[in-house]
Write a protein that binds this ligand. Sequence first.
Ligand code: MUC
Ligand code: MG
Length: 372
Amino acid sequence: MTATIQSIEAVLVDIPTIRPHKLSMATMGVQSMVIVRIRDSDGLEGLGEATTIGGLAYGPESPESVKLTIDAYLAPQLIGKPATNINTLRVDLGRSTRGNNLAKSAIETALLDLMGKRLNRPLAELLGGAVRQHLPVLWTLASGDTDRDIDEARTLIAARRHCDFKLKIGSRPLMEDVRHVAAIKTAVGDEASVRVDVNQAWDESTAARGMAELQAAGIDLVEQPTPMKDFAALARLSAKFHIPILADEAVADATDMYKLAAEGFSGAVAMKIAKAGGPLRALEQAAVAQAAGIGLYGGTLLEGTIGTAASLHAWATLDHLQWGTEMFGPLLMKDDIVVQPLKYHENGVDLPTGPGLGVEIDEDKLAEYRRK
Ligand code: MUC
Ligand code: MG
């Protein structure tokens, strides 16, 4: 008998961050996750997760809307269906539901975890096999204070926890941001790669000036300097400067990637399972980027351990990961809802080895942090 989907639960979980995390569009003091649990008729359970950043500040789905979409629309459609054919379920959801990629990503992740548990193999193996067991992980310095960011960077470099850093800029006047970034780059020197994420805050002429200043300051990468829909601006800026651009909000999936590449963009892409609608769809985007000569970067929407593990299994299958990853979400949170946290060491993280995602829920912690 083929196992069928018996139940789908979506739980809102709120975990405070270790310090305020200041982005151009929001300051986070807590991260909200939607934890998805899919149970099948054999009693197996698959885990998925959806997060975003600052409520509705990053994109059109919020944690609350993801839970509602799953409870009211996606779950009723999946209950009773065979749990073993993920592609059929993805096609069905794609037909019935436009957009809502965060919700779809959480569901796809849970189905993949369930499949891994059924076959008793890690998710990366289901995706063709991991070409690496340890992935580089960057840290975001976003306290909002230059001296505090420098202290944080020095401590992390000394502990070999991270050697690549991303600074969140764009909320302050341009030259104030440039001075902040240049001071941090001077303090860490050649030991560390320093990159910035503008989260769309600049118009094209501000971006041109900003990129010239950042290039002179020794910054390695500028993420999403201009508004997401303005592909032409990203393409023009990428042609004008040696410092590469990382496209984030602009490119959710393979189709976006194709269109941006066709505009003449060169640089790199921040893949995120959430933006794409799941690990399988994120890997479709990776294939398009690679074909267009665009560099790959394993991006995060500040997922907790479940979403981070799902992303790691996908990124581990990629041979070229030119810009590493930023899968540090669990480290930004004060606590975790899993039994065994991910192992961060030597400027990166180990790929979990157990079946599926290789992650197990700590029920007491889940009860403590679930939204009442
Ligand atoms: C983003 O826009 O890249 C990833 C790391 C971080 O600090 O924020 C994010 C989202
Ligand atoms: Mg970004």
